[in-house]
Ligand binder design. Structure first.
Ligand code: NAD
Length: 245
């Protein structure tokens, strides 16, 4: 479904982003993953290459616009185009507001929101020039309902939805589609790091009776990246087993 499309995936070294990379590669895209550290990028590349895929990786500081822009331009020069950007890198939070420091709040906004803006800002001129592009953002079900602790996380994901819907309206005229996927509780390191008391009550509210697997979420990204979604833009697609909490 993505033959010869060039895709950049941030947070591609593990969890949901790694599975998006794998599903895009299965569908014949050319994939470039970004991660926060050289070691984790190399580990992910080795693992995908062992599966027989030709894949590339970088580890720019996503909070430095100049670095981001330089790496994006390098990739554009190397591949001749960038068709798909997946803004997936993210961190979560679970502290109550009294325990949340100003630095905690800034950190989460830096990666979940500011980095998404920097990546998008670097890629948009290239997509405009090509009069074609797909930008996909990882939101969360908490972007719809909030959550009872870790206020920075839902705050950042509400911002992701705002960026998605606004840029869909701004960039439609350049044939650039912008959508988000809002996963529910998904079986990754991010969820493994949360306390049981937080996760178990959540699972009880899921009508499909299980947490999502990274593949469940990656398939939604595949759909939105593909020509099957050619008239879909500005959408926040929930992939949460109908969890509502
Ligand atoms: P994960 O912790 O397994 O992976 C996070 C990825 O983000 C890693 O590849 C990591 O390298 C990257 N990353 C984190 N901080 C970074 C930084 N400062 N600079 C560059 N890269 C950084 O988490 P995941 O569960 O796969 O989460 C991926 C996305 O899905 C996130 O945006 C998260 O908010 C969202 N999400 C996850 C769940 C869930 O239940 N797992 C639910 C809803 C939304």
């Amino acid at each position: 479904m993505l033959k010869d499309k060039v895709a950049i995936i941030t947070g591609g070294t593990r969890g949901i982003g790694f599975e998006i990379a794998r599903v895009f590669l299965e569908n014949h895209a050319k994939v470039v993953i970004f991660g926060s550290k050289e070691e984790s990028v190399n580990e992910a590349l080795t693992s995908l290459r062992e599966e027989g895929y030709d894949v590339d990786g970088y580890y720019p500081n996503l909070n430095e616009f100049n670095q981001v822009s330089q790496v994006v331009n390098e990739i554009h020069q190397k591949y001749g185009k960038i068709d798909i950007l997946v803004n997936n890198a993210g961190i979560s939070a679970n502290k109550k507001i009294d325990d949340t420091t100003v630095e905690d709040f800034q950190k989460i906004m830096d990666i979940n929101v500011n980095a998404m803006f920097y990546m998008t800002k670097a890629v948009v001129p290239l997509m405009k020039e090509a009069h074609h592009g797909v930008i996909l953002n990882t939101s969360s079900m908490v972007s719809i309902y909030g959550q009872p602790s870790g206020v920075g996380y839902p705050t950042s994901k509400f911002a992701v939805n705002g960026m998605t819907k606004s840029l869909a309206r701004e960039l439609g005229t350049f044939n650039i589609r912008v959508n988000a996927v809002a996963p529910g509780v998904t079986n990754t390191d991010m969820v493994a790091s949360l306390p049981k008391e937080m996760i178990e009550p959540l699972i009880k509210t899921i009508p499909l009776g299980r947490v999502g697997e990274p593949r469940d979420v990656a398939n939604a990204f595949l759909f939105l990246a593909s020509p099957l979604a050619s008239y879909v833009t500005g959408e926040i697609l929930s992939v949460d087993g109908a969890a509502r909490s």
